[in-house]
Design a protein around this ligand. Structure first.
Ligand code: NAD
Ligand code: SER
Length: 317
């Protein structure tokens, strides 16, 4: 029987991933783990432990002792936060991965999910419909760590048969928890201001197109990839994955259809340079061909759901 550990479970992806995995495989089969001493209320329907991804010995002891079969490793610093603390970002984003890859190499874990990002691409990458295989010269510490992580995942698969699976997530948009310090966070923050009836001060330019995805699609893609038969998973670095691409202006226009009084101003900061180095849209034909990926949410559908569901009280926690 599966016993799953989601390490980094209290963040934007982890919160929703844990709940969906528990619905699918049973509450007791999915352990949430993060740095917090106490389990947050929204993950209280199953087991929670405090576990530091950088504490190699504690992670090893827990995984071996509890006979964990699958690990989703989500603990990381995202692009904007990582630029403020590059040394620590490199350490967190790489060391945790080696601990989990080594456990799988030794036969303690059967399957790993490790997320990569559109940040693996850089300013020399073709920006439109970015191919799976292309020039990759990331210019952020976050992108460098994700690219290196991808190489190590593929290496552990080729050399040691480690069943590691990965997606290059685009910017993810959700309402159940707040985003954790990325360049695409504006596309979540905007909904809180729109719902509060306030002007939104956007940290990217109005024409800055980036690939994005509604969280339900991202969670479904993650579980579909993890449940796909091994022989269908032909890419062991990380899959390009795509759903919607839009600019801040296009997102604001879609919000104005629902809230005509909504107002946005643009004051680009250091995150603009990061956005400029990333793709505007992604070619994910390999994911579609290998494991039948298809998105379900377009821009207008996502906007309606976000405006209905964003909860302003989350900002107070
Ligand atoms: P997040 O910042 O919202 O959540 C990360 C979680 O990890 C937090 O709950 C944090 O407390 C926890 N964490 C940090 N350090 C830890 C440690 N040492 N030990 C245990 N837990 C620790 O991030 P997220 O958006 O949920 O992203 C999860 C993963 O997905 C990351 O690898 C990120 O790079 C990747 N990703 C996210 C996006 C996105 O748009 N959200 C896009 C591409 C890739
Ligand atoms: N959403 C993430 C970020 O902006 C992309 O990996 O950092």
């Amino acid at each position: 029987m599966k016993k799953i550990l989601v390490l980094g479970s209290c963040g934007q992806i982890g919160t929703e991933l844990v709940l969906t995995l528990r619905e699918k495989f049973g509450n007791q089969q999915v352990v949430a783990a993060d740095l917090r001493d106490v389990c947050p209320d929204n993950l209280a329907n199953g087991p929670y432990i405090k576990l530091d991804a950088l504490d190699r010995e504690s992670v090893r002891t827990y995984i071996i002792g509890e006979q964990i079969t699958e690990v989703y490793l989500l603990a990381a610093l995202l692009s904007a936060t990582a630029e403020k603390n590059p040394d620590f970002a490199w350490r967190l984003n790489m060391e945790g991965l080696f601990t989990i890859l080594d456990l799988a190499k030794e036969g303690h874990i059967q399957k790993i999910f490790w997320p990569s990002s559109i940040a693996v691409f850089g300013p020399t990458t073709p920006r439109v419909n970015t191919p799976q295989y292309t020039v990759m010269e990331p210019s952020t510490v976050y992108g460098i760590s994700k690219q290196a992580g991808e190489r190590w995942c593929e290496y552990y698969f080729n050399k040691f048969g480690v069943d590691v699976r990965s997606i290059r997530y685009p910017g993810l948009i959700s309402y159940k928890s707040l985003p954790g310090g990325g360049t695409t966070d504006y596309a979540v923050d905007i909904f809180y201001k729109a719902k509060a009836g306030e002007q939104f001060n956007c940290f990217l330019k109005e024409d800055s197109a980036l690939p994005m995805m509604f969280m339900d699609d991202a969670i479904r893609a993650t579980i579909e990839l993890m449940e796909a038969p091994k022989e269908q998973v032909k890419i062991r670095s990380s899959y390009n994955l795509s759903a919607i691409s839009f600019t801040p202006k296009q997102l604001a226009e879609a919000i104005k259809v629902e809230i005509p009084s909504f107002d946005i101003v643009y004051n680009p900061d250091f995150r603009q340079a990061i956005a400029d180095s990333w793709p505007a849209s992604i070619d994910d034909s390999e994911a579609r061909a290998n494991w039948n990926w298809k998105e379900r949410y377009d821009l207008n559908k996502m906007v309606k759901i976000m405006l209905e569901n964003v909860d302003l009280s989350l900002l107070k926690n």
